[in-house]
Design a protein around this ligand. Sequence first.
Ligand code: KG4
Ligand code: ZN
Length: 334
Amino acid sequence: MKDIYILAIESSCDETSVSIIKNGSLEIATVVLSQMDIHAKYGGVVPEIASRKHIENITIVIEECLQKGSMCMDDIDAIAVTYGPGLIGSLLVGVMAAKTISYVYDKPLIPVHHIAGHIYANNLMEPMSFPLIALVVSGGHTDLIYMKDHYSFEKIGGTLDDAVGEAFDKVARVIGLPYPGGPMIDRLSYEGHDTYSLPLPLDDLSYQFSFSGLKSAVINLVHNEKQRGNMIRQADLATSFQNRVVDILCKKTMRALSEYHVNHLVVAGGVSANKVLRDRLKALCEQNGVHLCVPAMCYCTDNAAMIGAAAYFAYLNGRRADLNLNARATDILK
Ligand code: KG4
Ligand code: ZN
């Protein structure tokens, strides 16, 4: 079969990223331009600033990626883009750029759901085997997804309130850590001990998650300790919070694997960079004869390589968009 080279664009949040991926698995070149330093001083992503920065950067990042891969548009078979979910202004920049290239160079346009991208980051590590369960843990999602084959997504559970990355970021702020909070909590937890008593969130027989109660428990604890004039043991609180999150993610994921008789697990999304989550899942999967795949650190947080990997399988499935493609702030993975 002919090799397929896809130029993929990702701009759903605060990273402007472009990648060229061969056959859904081989990264030819990727450029990620992060705006993290700009948003850090505001304590979170400012959507207006993010979309303006994407506009400034998108053409530069596309050209840089082609140069890095020593390729030109003639070498590219299709253009892929994250159309949603995400920040609408940010998404629009990527979608407009992709539609323009598709039109000018007469290339097929492939729409990619951001979460499909996160899941397919695993295909850059090794060919995905089915059926599998995907644990999606990002700033906007906490999902358990059953896949019986490529590009077949059955959501079996999700979050009822805050996404897990959002909970990490909010708790980090409450205990005085800078944005983005997830990596800070991860790092700090190695200096701490699990000494604070916090509830295991939504510890039931469903596959739903809920992190707002745990977040509130941390806020109340900090508030009460301050009122009593006590110092917060930052590292201990980071460790205790992170352990409860990892406990429930692992418990429900392992149960899903068992109940669905699946022995392949992939982890996806920014929180899959979390060292404790990775280590704990590795140990549990080894014990239970489950094959675990986690993305390399560079593919955990937002990047266009994962979009290019997903796009290849969408392309094989015949998915195409025309110039009416629009960005969608929210959208179900299907
Ligand atoms: O997937 P992502 O880059 O963006 C979304 O699609 O949402 O995920 C970003 C989230 C942030 O909430 C960030 O704090 C979290 O992933 N994150 C982490 C770690 N690295 C990133 N959370 C916990 N531990 C980490 N090491
Ligand atoms: Zn993401």
